[in-house]
Design a protein around this ligand. Structure first.
Ligand SMILES: *Cc1c(COP(=O)(O)O)cnc(C)c1O
Length: 400
């Protein structure tokens, strides 16, 4: 492999040449079933015809214009996105390019909201231990894992961390005199698909509302249908049994089916915090991404499509449980977002998925993700078929 890249990634020994649906083919012609979707990005699989068409058509018009002007395609995308999130109370959106950038935007909104309404000194943002919010200096500071808080300091001030699930700790941390926002990864992805309980999220919604602290869901990984509802927070309810209405939601990974994007959405309370020149992003709302995003939204927001995601997720879960394999310790599943704790190390299983030979004439590999040392993370594309789920899980079984 070329050594011009900075040495930031622990890469598996495979180089891909093309993709089709839930499959990728490497430069030697070997096929791999994709249970990772480029880390929850390629939600409609590879080479999805309507996506290819939309991107190609837009590329033939223009790829970029900059945010001094408007394009119909970016406007159409933004309107569809806000409409898709309207059930959770979202009203306006700011578009950028990545999950980290979206979370930066969320933190800026919380800080300015609090400053304008309550005056200085109330800038703290609380996040959960085990969370992951991005790789910039500020989103590393937001990330509640000590391993990320070395080498690159000083980090942005004003972040504190609490253990998930502990309502007393939350009550204590959400100090109305110092706190601007609670940034919540309700289903922690990078740390192994770890969902917060309904009671916990209901308590968070109540405390944030009472204390005028912005409730901000980082749905960069869990959003856009991944869990079987368009937003993962739609599966949570407040103390009155009504759907959770966050103040801010961030999205990225799957939103444009493989084209870079990040989105900060805000409800009534926070939607007008940003005013002219408060925030910006050269590529934000990029027409190519918008064209792709429209296809993703039109596809994923169909109720039957979301039901299928939930059904396929349940099929994954029940099949793995059905193995009764003592090497499988626990499965945590929310739609097509699954964490499988195993008794052995996860990374060698990923290597086996790449290197295994399915049969003499038909060599198939399997693309998996890990999360921490002993957890496999499955994030298959939504378009995966039942037969492919069965085939891929057979391969997985043989790799354990
Ligand atoms: C991946 C991820 C991010 C960071 O997104 P980037 O696009 O890599 O900046 C932030 N939050 C969560 C929950 C993520 O899964």
């Amino acid at each position: 492999m070329s050594d011009v890249f900075m040495n930031t990634y622990h890469r598996l020994p495979v180089t891909f040449a093309k993709g089709e649906g839930a499959w990728l083919t490497d430069v030697n012609g070997k096929k791999y079933l994709d249970f990772c979707s480029g880390i929850a990005v390629n939600c409609l699989g590879h080479n999805y015809p309507p996506l290819v068409k939309a991107i190609s058509e837009q590329a033939a018009k223009f790829n970029h214009i900059c945010n001094y002007y408007m394009s119909d395609i970016s406007e159409a995308f933004a309107e569809k996105l806000v409409a898709a999130c309207a059930g959770a109370g979202m009203r306006k959106v700011f578009l950028g390019n990545s999950g980290a950038e979206a979370n930066e935007g969320a933190c800026k909104i919380a800080r300015k909201y609090s400053l304008v309404k309550h005056g200085p000194g109330r800038h703290q943002i609380v996040t959960l231990r085990g969370s992951f919010h991005g790789r910039t200096i500020t989103t590393l500071a937001a990330t509640g894992q000590d391993v990320f808080h070395k080498d690159f300091g000083p980090f942005t001030e004003g972040f504190s961390y609490i253990p998930g699930g502990d309502i007393a700790a939350l009550d204590n941390a959400l100090d109305p005199n110092t706190t601007a926002g609670f940034l919540l990864e309700a289903i922690q992805g990078e740390s192994g698909i770890r969902p917060q309980s309904k009671e916990y999220v209901a308590a968070a919604a109540k405390l944030c509302a009472e204390r005028d602290i912005l409730l901000m869901f980082d749905e960069v990984q869990a959003g856009v249908g991944r869990t079987g509802t368009f937003l993962a927070c739609e599966a949570y309810h407040d103390e009155h049994g009504l759907g959770i209405k966050p103040d801010v939601v961030t999205l990225a990974k799957g939103l444009c089916g493989g084209i870079p994007v990040g989105a900060v959405l805000a409800g009534e309370k926070a939607m007008d915090v940003f005013q002219i020149s408060d925030h910006g992003s050269t590529f934000g709302g990029n027409p190519l991404a918008a064209a792709a995003g429209i296809v993703v939204l039109d596809t994923v927001t169909k109720p039957d499509f979301l039901k299928e995601i939930a059904r396929k997720g349940a099929k994954f879960e029940s099949t793995i449980k059905g193995w009764k394999d003592p090497k499988v310790k626990e499965i945590r599943a929310r739609g097509l977002m699954l964490g499988v704790d195993i008794t052995e190390e996860a990374w060698p299983v990923l290597e086996k998925g790449i290197s295994r030979v399915y049969s003499e004439k038909d060599a198939h590999g399997l693309l998996l993700l890990s999360a921490g040392k002993n957890t496999l993370r499955l994030l298959p594309p939504y378009i995966i078929s039942d037969a492919e789920i069965e085939q891929g899980l057979e391969i997985l079984k043989s790799c354990l």
